[in-house]
Design a protein around this ligand. Structure first.
Ligand SMILES: [Zn+2]
Length: 160
């Protein structure tokens, strides 16, 4: 029965496709929840709410690409690449050498930073744990040992 073997193979493919589909749905749900919490007006041109599908894999053209953090991942060939286009929607904060920073990261200060309105200085090499990315000029919110809560510029830190 050659036909049976062929049949089984097809089912295998379908099951795989469904699993990936579920993963993509989960990703979409996450996104939806995050947007809901922020409750931004839909009219904003700065955040187009397009429901576009994910791009195909640039290596193998697979359509089962899913999002993983700031990257796209292809389950077919394992290729990973940054979400360049998404960078305009969700702001990507990078450190001094171009590493993408995320909430909870640990960074190291790469130069002495004087604190405005005080004599305090955050010394070069200071390790800052559990950063939080925020909008604004100082795009990192964090707590520095011995100083307290403060804002840092991502261009003056390096991912540890
Ligand atoms: Zn691929």
């Amino acid at each position: 029965m050659h036909a049976r073997g062929l049949h089984r193979c097809r089912i295998g493919n379908r099951v795989r496709g469904v699993a990936v589909g579920i993963a993509r749905m989960a990703a979409a749900n996450r996104e939806g929840t995050a947007l809901g919490v922020k409750s931004r007006p839909c009219s904003a041109t700065t955040r187009p709410q397009t429901m576009t599908s994910l791009p195909p894999c640039p290596k193998c053209s697979s359509a089962y690409v899913y999002e993983d953090g700031a990257s796209y991942v292809c389950p077919e060939c394992g290729h990973e690449w940054p979400q360049v286009e998404a960078a305009e929607e969700a702001k990507v904060v990078k450190d001094a050498v171009g590493n993408v920073l995320q909430d909870g990261d640990t960074v190291t200060v790469i130069k002495d930073l004087k604190l405005k309105g005080s004599s305090l200085v955050v010394k070069v090499g200071t390790k800052v744990r559990n950063i939080r990315l925020v909008d604004g000029d100082h795009d990192i919110d964090c707590k520095v040992d011995g100083i307290g809560q403060m804002g840092l510029k991502s261009e003056f830190v390096k991912k540890a």
